[in-house]
Structures are given as structure tokens and as C-alpha cells.
Design a binder for this molecule. Structure first.
Ligand code: AMP
Ligand code: TRP
Length: 344
């Protein structure tokens, strides 16, 4: 098995990113190692250029994101951690894959529709091609599984289509590009905004009050959870029902994930609760316990930018060795560039 995932170096990473993605990365790293496979994690700076951004800030956010991933438990001795822009093979492969990507499919991507509607000045072509670059990220490594949150499901489907269409068109249906599986957690794949529990917790929409950041101090986490929107059912009922009770359901999911138990178990543990206050308090305690070790490790890791660059450079060298091979195969099959085989 080979695991691959990518994360954008934008904004401050929040509890949705942590639970939907980062926590799974660490688990995948362990699982891949135990199975004799490998795991590869990429900070996707090139994807971050598809919406307006500040170049100097982008570099800083790459360090922030790398430090969070390391603080959360990614270990460069056991996984490959690198920055997308350091491995130029991704961008060339992306272009080649546009040949087997349907324009109509890209037009249907909900993330493209949402993000392009948010742009005031320019809807960049990069935003449109974003999913093709994402496909190149994964397919370059012939990864078998991709841990992501629910919002990436559609991009994963597209990537599978791209791989299949490439194999059919250029490889006589051999699986030259491996068709990857999405790995989406059963609970916690879509953490909702604490103030608007019918919307996902997101870097680009909602307010600070609705988002818990991975690096929030315990007091801040407690305050945000205390003010989380629930509902006015009287008497209050602590049950998991996303449709009818989105706020309560979101808290139950957070609590279950943070405690590492099931939703049924957390509901049972709250059988004697006197209302939503107890649910919020329990969730705050569990989330603080989940995030505190990450925050405590973060400071020292983030402070040493030279060390972070060294980790990313070493990761990029390992990543490039794999991606270059796939790219050479793809170029040869597509008839692009010199005929390497004929000369050999
Ligand atoms: P991004 O910061 O957009 O690169 O997202 C990084 C990862 O976090 C992706 O795998 C997303 O699917 C995941 N993610 C983002 N928001 C949420 C959320 N509200 N709940 C669960 N997972 C999320
Ligand atoms: N699009 C993903 C997101 O917004 C980030 C990403 C880029 C990614 N390349 C990837 C995720 C490859 C998984 C695999 O979260």
C-alpha cells in the first residue's frame, strides 16, 4: 500500500482539518509502516496560488503547516513530507493529464463553483484546473489510498476517472496509473461550523467564533464550545440526528472522535446530563485534551525554519525519485519528448 495526501498551506488549520485529515495522516503513517508500505504527505503551495494570496505569506504558511503536521505526529523518518512546488514533476504531469480530463467534469466540480463564486476580480484558470493538479499529485506516486475529508470526495472521483481514461487511452488498459481509493473517516469527515452547524467548518467562510483552531489555547477552545449553537428543543435531547439537530450532532461527533469512542458510547455517557451545557463541557474537555499536545510541540518546531527547510528538502528528494519515474513512463506512452527506448 502507498498512502498519499495533500494539504493547503492557507490560513490557520482548524479542527475540521485536524479531525478529517491530519489525524488520519498520522494513523496512515503507522498503518503503512506496519504493512511494509509507505506514506507521502504534500504541502500544496501550488494549489494555494489559485486564489488571491500574498507570496511572502505563502512561505510562512508552508512552515506553519509543516510544523503542525510534525507536531501532530508525522515523522520524516517514517513518511515522506514535502512541498509540492519543490517537485516540478507534478506540474508537467498535470499538463499531460489535461489530455484525458473532461472540461465538462471540471465545470461540474462543486468546489470550483463555490470558490469561483467567491472571487471578486478574477476567476483564475488555475482554479478551474485545480483538480487536475490534485490528480497529478496522487497519480505521480501510484498511491493506493488517499485520506481526506468528505469535501474532497468529488475530486477523488475525478482523479479515478482521469487514471482510468489514461490507462484506457495510452496504456492498453494496463494499470500504469494506479486508480486510488479515497479514505474518508466514518465519523468526523465533515466537521461543522460551531456557529452555523449546517455549514462545514472552513478556512474561507464563517467566523472565528465558529472555528476552533488547532493552535487555540485551552481557554479559547472552551469559550468557543460553550457558545456553540445547539437548538431550543425543550426538554433538550442529546441524540445524533444531523438533519434535525445539526449543532448537537456535530458536538457528539467531535466528542466521539476526541475520546476515540463511538457516537453511541458518548450518547450513553451523557444519559444523566442536565442539558446541552454538560455536552458542551465534555466536548471542550476532550477537544482540549486532543489538541494540547500538538500545540505544546508546535512552538519549538515552528521556531526552527532551517530545520523545517531541511525536512522539506529531504522529503522532496525522495518524492522526486518516485514522481520522475512515473512521469517518464507517461511521457513515453504519450509520445512526448525524445524516444528514449529506441536509443537504448
Ligand atoms: P485544506 O485545508 O482545504 O487543504 O483541507 C485539508 C484537509 O482537511 C482535506 O482533506 C479536507 O477534506 C479536510 N477538511 C477540511 N475541512 C474539513 C471539515 N470541516 N471537516 C472535516 N475535514 C475537513
Ligand atoms: N484539494 C485538497 C484540499 O483542499 C488538497 C490536496 C491537493 C490534496 N492535492 C491533494 C488532497 C492530493 C489529497 C491528495 O483539501
Amino acid at each position: 500500500m502507498r498512502v498519499f495526501s495533500g494539504i493547503q498551506p492557507t490560513g490557520r488549520k482548524h479542527l475540521g482539518n485536524y479531525i478529517g485529515a491530519i489525524r488520519q495522516y498520522v494513523e496512515s503513517q503507522e498503518r503503512a509502516q506496519a504493512a511494509g508500505g509507505d506514506s507521502i504527505f504534500c504541502i500544496v503551495d501550488l494549489h494555494a496560488t489559485t486564489v488571491p494570496y500574498d507570496p511572502a505569506e505563502l512561505r510562512e504558511r508552508v512552515y506553519d503547516t509543516a510544523a503542525i503536521l510534525l507536531a501532530a505526529g508525522l515523522d520524516p523518518e517514517r513518511c515522506i513530507l514535502f512541498r509540492q512546488g519543490d517537485v516540478v514533476e507534478h506540474t508537467e504531469l498535470m499538463w499531460l493529464l489535461t489530455a484525458v480530463t473532461a472540461h465538462g467534469d471540471l465545470n461540474r466540480m462543486t468546489q470550483f463553483k463555490d470558490k469561483s463564486a467567491q472571487q471578486r476580480e478574477l476567476v483564475s484558470a488555475g482554479l478551474f484546473l485545480y483538480p487536475v493538479l490534485m490528480a497529478a499529485d496522487v497519480l505521480a506516486y501510484k498511491a493506493t489510498e488517499v485520506p481526506v475529508g468528505e469535501d474532497q470526495r468529488q475530486h477523488l472521483e475525478l482523479m479515478r476517472d482521469v487514471a482510468q481514461r489514461f490507462n484506457a487511452r495510452f496504456a492498453g488498459d494496463r494499470e500504469v496509473l494506479v486508480v486510488p481509493e479515497a479514505r474518508i473517516p466514518e465519523v468526523g469527515a465533515r466537521i461543522m461550523d460551531l456557529q452555523e452547524p449546517t455549514r462545514k467548518m472552513s478556512t474561507t467562510s464563517g467566523t472565528d467564533e465558529g472555528r476552533v483552531y488547532v493552535l487555540d489555547e485551552a481557554k479559547v477552545v472552551e469559550k468557543k464550545l460553550k457558545r456553540a449553537v445547539t437548538d431550543s428543543e425543550d426538554p433538550p435531547r442529546i441524540v445524533h440526528d444531523r438533519g434535525a439537530k445539526p449543532g448537537v450532532s456535530n458536538l457528539l461527533e467531535l466528542l466521539a472522535v476526541a475520546r476515540g469512542t463511538s457516537i453511541d458510547e458518548v450518547v450513553a455517557s451523557l444519559a444523566d446530563a442536565r442539558g446541552y451545557g454538560d455536552l458542551k463541557k465534555a466536548t471542550a474537555d476532550a477537544v482540549v485534551e486532543l489538541l494540547t499536545p500538538v500545540r505544546e510541540r508546535y512552538g519549538a518546531i515552528r521556531a526552527d525554519e532551517d530545520a523545517l527547510e531541511d525536512v522539506l528538502a529531504a522529503g522532496a528528494a525522495k518524492a522526486r525519485a518516485i514522481a520522475a519515474q512515473t512521469l517518464a513512463e507517461v511521457r513515453a506512452l504519450m509520445g512526448v519528448g525524445p524516444n528514449v527506448r529506441a536509443r537504448a
